[in-house]
Design a protein around this ligand. Structure first.
Ligand code: TNX
Length: 533
């Protein structure tokens, strides 16, 4: 057998080298320090404790899960794209091993169905929540701990490390919504799905669709087919409009459910009904204009259903019956705003009757704050947009309030006088002004427990495609998401603006054409420091 001294020495040093490599590659990546407090999370969590290390996602990392969850599969696929690792999904094991990620439904200290706890260490990542929805929100946080390219699916050039520490999180308000006006301009199912993706990734859970107005009726009602055949084919500016078939609507509802978003459908009445009156003039009793024409302008407050005609209530019974049957959420929104040509007593008579129809079909009424002039049923909620006294009148009737003050949350308000889209009747709303307000102190006499949440509304008189939606909504929308989710304590524009600045990388990766505000600092790293406990 051939054996020499130098060959032995060579062999020994080779063994030493291999074992050194093995030791280093098997031990975890304790050498990469990271600071969880410097990760620009939006919305900011209730509490974040940094431990200064990091978890490395490697080609050996397995995702262990306590159930078959679509949101975990979607996350795994996104994480594969960004890391280039196989990230196999496997059923939960009783004795966890290092290097892996664990997603688990388990009782956590906070019993809120939307709460989650996330612990990231040098050894592994553990996400726990009471429900699948809680896991979904934890996943949105984990996504923000990952490189921004997770938003586009681009492979990261660097090894992926997640900052270590513990996050305990749950929402401030149960209703965190966005509204899209699909009546003034129609947006197809794909645009709606995209908007659902955006809002849900910021932990919003309601999408309010403004489905009818003077300019167009957008939801198929089988018992009154001309609503869409006639009333659906117009929009602001004279374009061809469009509408959702019932199958389209159900598809939107299903897609929203997969992202824990509830659809809140609105049929605006008794005003804002010109499109319905064009389709069915018998619902109109305006003697001066018995046969209204299609309307493509942007004035408001000129149309009304004939509130003393019993046929109007047969019509609404059918509409609400068909809509309620397709809507799993608890609310049907009946609008009720700006009915300037409805006599006050007729308006009250009308709202009272319609509330009965909505409850007959097992739903609760939501309406713009104007409906507080009527007698509100138990469980009805009002959406505050303009007059504080209306909201106060609503809480005096034990109704809850959804906060959508036009001066803060209207996404169709221009940023400043140079904004190429939008209106400014309520205010110019720069990013700081959109962010610096507290729902619980917005109206003297209305406190936190009387408020169900916050909604940011995008009216579409001047907006007719996804790019324009994105430009007006972003980045204000994500600030509203934070106002709905995060505690008020510690929230300030001077802290948020640095997080927003860093976070803009993500909007770029999402392909969002957002408004670049001069108020957002360009040297963001200097000021970045989460200030939650
Ligand atoms: C007011 S807010 C309206 C809408 C308009 C919006 C434009 C509300 C309940 N009514 O009809 O689209 O202003 O900003």
């Amino acid at each position: 057998m051939f054996k020499s001294k130098s060959a032995t020495a060579y062999f020994q040093s080779l063994v030493l080298l291999i074992s050194t490599i093995l030791i280093f590659s098997c031990s975890s990546a304790e050498l990469v320090p990271m600071d969880l407090k410097k990760v620009p999370l939006i919305p900011t969590p209730v509490s974040a404790t940094a431990t200064g290390e990091s978890f490395e996602i490697t080609d050996k990392t397995v995702i262990f899960t306590s159930g078959d969850f679509l949101s975990i599969e979607q996350f795994a696929q996104e994480a594969r794209n960004v890391t280039g690792h196989p990230l196999e999904i496997s059923p939960m094991i009783s004795s966890p091993s290092n290097g892996n990620m664990y997603f688990q439904i388990a009782e956590i200290e906070n019993k809120d169905s939307e709460a989650y706890e996330l612990e990231v260490s040098n050894n592994n990542l553990v996400l726990k929540a009471n429900t699948e929805q809680g896991l979904f929100y934890g996943i949105q946080t984990i996504r923000q701990l990952m490189p921004a390219s997770i938003e586009s699916g681009r492979l990261s050039k660097e090894i992926v490390y997640l900052a270590s520490g513990k996050i305990i999180d749950s929402p401030r308000f149960e209703y965190r919504g966005a509204m899209l006006d699909v009546s003034r301009h129609f947006f197809g199912v794909d645009v709606i799905k995209r908007y659902i993706d955006y809002i849900s990734s910021y932990k919003m859970n309601k999408l309010h669709l403004h489905l009818s107005d003077d300019q167009g009726w957008r939801i198929e009602i089988k018992s009154w087919p001309k609503l869409t055949e006639v009333g659906g084919l117009t929009q602001v500016g004279g374009g061809e409009g469009g509408f959702y078939t019932q199958e389209d609507y159900k598809e939107i509802v299903r897609y929203a459910q997969s992202k824990f978003v509830t659809i809140v459908p609105e049929i605006d009445m008794p005003g804002h009904t010109n499109a319905a009156l064009v389709a069915y003039p018998e619902l109109n009793c305006n003697k001066k204009d018995p046969n209204p024409k299609a309307y493509s302008g942007i004035e408001v407050g000129f149309s009304t259903l004939c509130t003393r005609n019993p046929e109007v209530y047969n019509f609404l019974d059918d509409v609400i019956k068909e809509l309620a049957a397709m809507t799993p959420g608890e609310y049907i929104h009946i609008g009720g705003d700006e009915s300037h040509v409805t006599e006050k007593e007729d308006y009250i008579y009308f709202i009272n009757k319609v509330q009965k129809i909505v409850s007959k079909y097992g739903k609760k009424v939501m309406g713009w704050d104007d409906i507080s002039a009527a007698t509100l049923e138990t469980g009805s909620a009002v959406q505050h947009w303009a007059k504080k006294e209306n909201a106060i009148k609503a809480v005096a009737q034990n109704a809850k309030v959804l906060m959508t003050p036009a001066t803060r949350t209207y996404l169709d308000m221009q940023y400043d006088s140079t904004t190429p889209l939008g209106l400014h009747w309520a205010a110019y709303i720069e990013l700081d002004s959109a962010y610096i307000w507290d729902p619980a102190t917005q109206i003297d006499g209305i406190s936190e427990s009387q408020i169900i949440g916050v909604e940011a509304a995008l009216w579409s008189e001047t907006i007719d495609n996804l790019n324009e939606i994105e430009y007006m909504a972003f980045p204000r929308l994500i600030g509203h998401a934070e106002i709905g989710w995060s505690p008020q304590k510690g929230r300030s524009w001077d802290e948020y603006k640095f997080r927003l600045a860093k976070h803009e990388e993500r909007l770029v990766e999402m392909g969002i054409d957002y408004y670049r505000s001069a108020l957002v600092p360009r040297n963001a790293n200097d000021g970045l420091q989460l200030n939650n406990p």
